[in-house]
Design a protein around this ligand. Sequence first.
Ligand SMILES: CC(C)(COP(=O)(O)OP(=O)(O)OC[C@H]1O[C@@H](n2cnc3c(N)ncnc32)[C@H](O)[C@@H]1OP(=O)(O)O)[C@@H](O)C(=O)NCCC(=O)NCCS
Length: 183
Amino acid sequence: MNSNSLEILPQLETERLIIRQLNGSDLEFIHAHYQRPEISHFTLLHFNNIKETKEYFDISCLPPFSREFKMGIVLRDTSELIGTVSFLSWNHKHRNGELGYDLAPEYWGKDLMFEALLEFLTYLFDNLEIHRIEATTNENNLLSKKLLERLGFMLEGTMREKYKIDGYFQNELLFSLIKSEYN
Ligand SMILES: CC(C)(COP(=O)(O)OP(=O)(O)OC[C@H]1O[C@@H](n2cnc3c(N)ncnc32)[C@H](O)[C@@H]1OP(=O)(O)O)[C@@H](O)C(=O)NCCC(=O)NCCS
């Protein structure tokens, strides 16, 4: 382990949610979550079998974390795991990286991801001293676009025909948020 690597992630708390480090017992949730078309369609994460999920899980969800990490979003009332937030492509020298997020569809439209990301972004900016956070989203992912705009992300441009989805090449929007803009 070196200074650019984390062994333990904190537990973040909001009014309705706990955002916590994942552990081995969450593997099945992660597998089932990314099998759902509503999740995999835009996250582009999909695993063909539990072995493939485990390979991903070991790198993204279990320590040590140096280039990326994924945390679980848990409902405070029931302890149910309902989604994830991620920090990806972490560049320590330039103090930047990319945001990822997904919520089980039955919990959409309740402001839960907005609530989770407010706390997660605060952690990234204040505790990990990240300077710039990028987020990309398919131009047809209206809920995700709306969420990023509400959080103060600025649209930087369109990555034209970046991903082939449903048989045709689709545009991906690039957003960013700078620490000084976030409060
Ligand atoms: C992107 C995603 C997280 C957005 O979920 P979401 O629930 O729309 O996001 P929010 O937490 O910001 O909730 C906002 C909604 O809650 C509503 N809301 C706000 N306050 C509320 C309250 N107190 N009670 C109930 N609803 C409320 C808002 O009006 C908004 O709904 P609307 O869009 O119908 O107006 C979700 O669609 C998802 O997981 N998609 C699949 C994965 C994905 O695309 N990830 C991003 C890849 S780039």
